[in-house]
Write a protein that binds this ligand. Structure first.
Ligand SMILES: Cc1cc2nc3c(=O)[nH]c(=O)nc-3n(C[C@H](O)[C@H](O)[C@H](O)COP(=O)(O)O)c2cc1C
Length: 190
């Protein structure tokens, strides 16, 4: 058991137990065919009315697109996310295609697709770290995101490196145990 392994009260699949959000990444490319498998996993997530409102704007490292997405990140995230293999802006189409009405579950569905991708990545030895710390307006501008698509989170994807690769102020986060509320605090028998 590593320090980041979830100390669970009940048995769960090891993919969930071992998933965590690292900041230390090796500056290593992600093979396009492996990245395709992550998108494939996202593709098969459930969604309200099967609307599939997720939209991913992504770039592999050492490309102009990568620099553009990196520019959209807030400074504390820029410091570590520059070593990721792929950066992504996970976005949602917030209106139903069939009716033009608001899709109130679009962001929920996006989250499910991102988590599908995350668990697929975990099964392949690849880590995913989501970030709220980015500038959505900048993403819209730099990535030409259409007006009906809302950027929700930035995502770093890559291969976890050792804590020593990080700036010293970030190293502690890589080695502290993960913590969660008790089940009783978030679930209520009615
Ligand atoms: C929507 C979302 C936004 C997040 N934003 C950031 C962020 O801007 N910067 C960061 O370092 N981590 C961010 N995180 C990572 C969380 O801090 C992390 O998931 C949480 O502390 C639990 O840790 P674990 O994923 O390692 O279990 C974000 C996670 C999610 C799901």
């Amino acid at each position: 058991m590593g320090i980041k392994t979830a100390r669970t009260d009940h048995h769960i699949t090891s993919l969930l137990q071992e998933r965590w959000s690292p900041r230390s990444f090796w500056e290593k490319p992600l093979a396009p065919e492996d990245f395709d498998r992550l998108l494939e996993a996202a593709r098969w997530a459930p969604s309200s009315f099967n609307e599939q409102p997720w939209r991913f704007y992504y770039a592999h490292r050492d490309t102009e697109g990568f620099d553009k997405i990196w520019e959209c990140l807030k400074k504390p995230n820029q410091d570590w996310a520059r070593r990721a293999s792929v950066l992504m802006i996970a976005s949602a189409h917030t209106m139903f295609g069939h009716s033009g009405k608001d899709n109130n579950h679009a962001v929920y569905d996006l989250g499910q697709s991102v988590f599908s991708m995350t668990i697929q990545a975990e099964s392949m030895g690849i880590k995913v770290h989501q970030m709220a710390g980015f500038y959505p307006d900048k993403a819209v501008e730099l990535l030409n995101i259409p007006s009906d698509i809302k950027p929700i989170t930035a995502i770093a994807i890559g291969y976890n490196g050792p804590p020593e690769r990080l700036m010293s102020n970030l190293q502690g986060k890589e080695t502290e145990a993960r913590a969660r509320m008790k089940i009783e605090e978030f679930s209520f028998r009615v």
